[in-house]
Design a protein around this ligand. Structure first.
Ligand SMILES: Cc1ncc(COP(=O)(O)O)c(C=O)c1O
Length: 377
């Protein structure tokens, strides 16, 4: 991405506009598999809870209502293998993107501080580090930062966007041990955890950074961030949360109170409903599984191979046999000529410039249309 400074910070998706126009010109219309925005309806149980909380005359609580924090704690125990979280040590966020982008600033990191993030990553980790004046370090190798006193924050993203790779208990525990040795905070962005396709994760679940097998039973120096946008089709509500180290959460809470970074009360009520109902999440997972089963073989028909993608909402694809660094823009252009818009790997770091990201977030009709075009190409 190479943002030289924030003054020159371009929003990467804007550069996709010419390809979107090219794809839109297809006689049977655009199939947009670029930005992974949910297309299925928000579940009724969630919408009803939002509507019922429509009288919101007073200010909402920045910490989240006690009912919401209990729902988050119960969810961590039930769905993420994380028992016994302290309800005071969780906090709702206005979607998780603001947390990712602002965390280095909220933690008062700055010049001289290093923020580690995955080599191929959601760009907001890099942007957030730069916004704070800190130095981003893109690497998947613990050896690149272990023992370094200037490393203050280590981002983990498992399942990863865009690669769909999942880190196992041992890999996570190694990161935690190295970070604790240097006093760095590990924050794990886990928003695709409910969408695991490959074993052992589909059966056993995707491990959380707060899983006792990873954390050793202590949340010290650890935070897990989670978003309801994808699992519950409510990206428009802006509903997410973070939990873990009580001292870090308390510090974030104070800062967020000063800044007015508050989740609206009706959204807090909707989050309780979403977190308390596992059925809609399971149903949505099956919807995405079906779409994945249609798209995966269809990509193969045009010579695209899929790497990683054991979990999450994307098929991380590249031309079969392509060398690293092969131009993703050519693949984006070829697919745009079929009316299919995908995300260029270049958005996610130099190591990803040969890949394209194909999202599963289109209607069944559009997914079948894409598969038909790919098979006929
Ligand atoms: C890895 C990752 N983190 C965070 C987010 C932000 O999600 P939201 O702000 O909707 O919670 C996304 C969204 O695509 C993501 O892929």
């Amino acid at each position: 991405m190479g943002f030289a400074d924030l003054g020159g910070l371009a929003y990467p998706w804007d550069s996709l506009t010419p390809f979107a126009e090219r794809a839109r010109a297809h006689p049977r219309g655009l199939v947009d598999l670029s930005i992974g925005t949910p297309v299925d309806p928000t579940p009724a149980v969630v919408r009803d809870a939002l509507a019922a909380a429509g009288d919101a005359h007073g200010y909402p609580t920045t910490h989240g209502t006690p009912v919401l924090r209990e729902a988050v704690v119960d969810w961590f125990a039930r769905r993420r293998g994380v028992p016994g979280l302290d309800p005071d040590a969780v906090l709702p966020t206005v979607g998780s993107k603001e947390l990712v982008g602002l965390l280095p600033s909220l933690l008062r990191l700055g010049p001289g501080d290093v923020v580690v993030h995955p080599a191929t990553a959601y760009p907001t980790y890099d942007v957030g580090a730069r916004l704070a004046g800190a130095t981003p370090l893109a690497t998947d190798r613990v050896e690149d930062w272990s023992g370094r006193g200037d490393v203050r924050l280590v981002w983990v993203n498992s399942p990863g966007n865009p690669t769909g790779e999942v880190l196992g208990v041992e890999e996570l525990a190694r990161i935690v041990a190295a970070a604790r040795e240097i006093g760095a905070l590990v924050v794990s962005d886990e928003c695709y955890a409910e969408l695991a396709w490959a074993e052992p994760f589909a059966t056993e679940g995707v491990p959380s950074i707060l899983d006792p097998r990873v954390s050793g039973g202590s949340t010290h120096g650890l935070l897990a961030a989670y978003s309801l946008s994808k699992q519950s089709n409510l990206a428009g509500y802006r509903a997410a949360f973070v939990g873990g180290d009580p001292a870090v959460v308390a510090d974030l809470l104070t800062t967020r109170k000063h800044l007015g970074m508050i989740v609206p009360a009706p959204v807090q009520a909707a989050m309780v409903a979403a977190l308390s109902d596992d059925a809609h999440v399971a149903a949505q997972r099956e919807v995405y599984r079906r779409r994945r089963d249609v798209l995966l073989p269809a990509l193969g028909e045009v010579g695209l191979e899929v790497d990683g993608s054991q979990a999450g909402l994307y098929l991380w694809s590249r031309p079969a046999g392509a060398a690293d660094g092969e131009d993703c823009w050519r693949t984006v252009g070829d697919l745009a000529d079929l009316g299919i818009l995908v995300g260029p790997g270049a958005f996610y770091g130099p190591a990803a410039a040969g890949h394209v990201r194909v999202a599963l977030t289109a209607t069944d009709e559009r997914v079948h249309e894409a598969a038909a075009r790919l098979s006929g190409a």
